[in-house]
Design a protein around this ligand. Structure first.
Ligand code: SF4
Ligand code: SF4
Length: 374
């Protein structure tokens, strides 16, 4: 029976976070159980985009710093890496805006850009995984607790998608446009990376239309940890009010034996009150993604969620066009871009990255006419 450890942590004060990290790891055997002297340890926070910390888009630097300190105290060498959305650059702005540059400066941890890849093949598909992830002796997954317009929720399993560098993510989105297909991809990435430990930053997370700047920051006041990221996600999503089968990528990972997704057979240790959050504002349910791809076509377009641009909010930066896997966004020199909704696959990568939260989900015409809240 896997253990998911939870503790209360109500502020990003470094001393408080240090204590909470120690407490949440205690039922799992402490950091010494995972890190032996001389090990190279890759910490994988969620560094989706360079967004102010108050928006709760990225794993908070105090959580990363407290984990780095524990890795170093156990004799390991700490590396911090993630691949934000968009092309890989040597020094992504999120390192500074998300506080990782400060963590590196204070602790001596190295920031690694995911610019080299190793090829892996699984279930007949090709995956290009960031080389530092595969070369590390241990990967510690540091997700942020957030809702997600497309996948409903992003935590331990979904956070690993960042090991696919930059625009290579687009190939996978195009190959797996429906939620069942994309959930299989997420399971494959989990199988290829196999983090030894997951520690989630749930002090402040998001609800509503996460996981980017369009999500609503929300205090969850907790840290959670487990050796089984699927089990951690199962416990957290239940506490958020999702039914066990509702968050497909977690259920599918459990069905594939990549972890335990049934919360009833997971042991929760620590302070269970840390999971008492009341009602969480969920993203609208993207019904169309449950349809098999072959039913997509006109029916899909008629009912499925599609991005809608608020031109008054748009700064014309063109970042949405950079990440769109379907090349369905055409930038217009500093003006609001044009969307080709026939080409759109509904992944909402554009909404995730938009710094102005100018892209929101909108129901298809038929769904609006029928009043179906998909
Ligand atoms: S919608 Fe957002 S990301 Fe796209 S151009 Fe406008 S401000 Fe930039
Ligand atoms: S327009 Fe947005 S939702 Fe549509 S495919 Fe491009 S990134 Fe995905």
């Amino acid at each position: 029976m896997p253990i998911v450890s939870v503790v209360k942590c109500e502020a990003y004060d470094l001393d408080a976070v240090r204590q909470a990290v120690t407490a949440v790891l205690a039922p799992l055997g402490g950091m010494e159980r995972f890190v032996q002297p001389g090990m190279q340890v890759l910490l994988k926070p969620n560094l989706l985009s360079a967004t102010d910390l108050e928006r709760a888009v990225t794993t908070h630097p105090t959580v990363v710093e407290a984990v780095v300190e524990q890795v170093q105290a156990a004799g390991g060498t700490a590396l911090i890496g993630d691949s934000p959305a968009g092309p890989v650059v040597e020094q992504p702005p999120v390192w500074r805006v998300g506080g990782m540059a400060g963590v590196a400066e204070r602790t001596g941890a190295a920031l690694v850009a995911f610019d080299g890849v190793a090829w892996k093949r699984l279930n007949g598909h090709d995956y290009y995984i960031a080389r530092p992830v595969l070369e590390a002796d241990l990967v510690i997954n540091l997700p942020k607790l957030k809702t997600h317009i497309f996948a409903l929720y992003t935590g331990a399993v979904k956070n690993l998608f960042g090991v696919i560098p930059g625009t290579r993510k687009r190939e996978l989105h195009c190959r797996a446009p429906s939620l069942p297909e994309f959930s299989e991809v997420l399971g494959d990435v989990l199988a290829l990376v196999q983090p030894g430990l997951t520690l989630m930053d749930g002090v402040t997370g998001q609800e509503g239309h996460g996981p980017g700047p369009g999500g609503t920051p929300r205090r969850y006041d907790c840290l959670a940890a487990s050796t089984d990221g699927v089990a951690l996600d199962a416990v957290i999503t239940r506490a958020m009010g999702f039914r066990p089968s509702e968050v497909l990528h977690v259920t599918q990972a459990g069905a594939r034996g990549l972890g335990v997704s049934d919360p009833d057979v997971i042991r929760v240790e620590g302070d269970r009150r840390a999971l008492e959050w009341g009602a969480v504002d969920r993203p609208r349910f993207p019904f169309n993604f449950r349809l098999p791809t072959w039913i997509g076509g006109w029916m899909g377009r008629a009912v499925q969620l599609r991005p809608q641009l608020d031109e008054a909010e748009c700064a014309g930066c063109g970042r949405c066009a950079e990440v769109c896997p379907a090349e369905a966004i055409h930038p217009l020199d500093g003006k609001p871009p044009q969307f080709d909704l026939d080409a759109c696959i509904g992944c909402f990568c554009c909404a995730e990255i938009c710094p102005r939260a100018a892209i929101r989900p909108r129901r298809g015409l038929l769904a609006r006419l029928l009043g179906v809240d998909v």
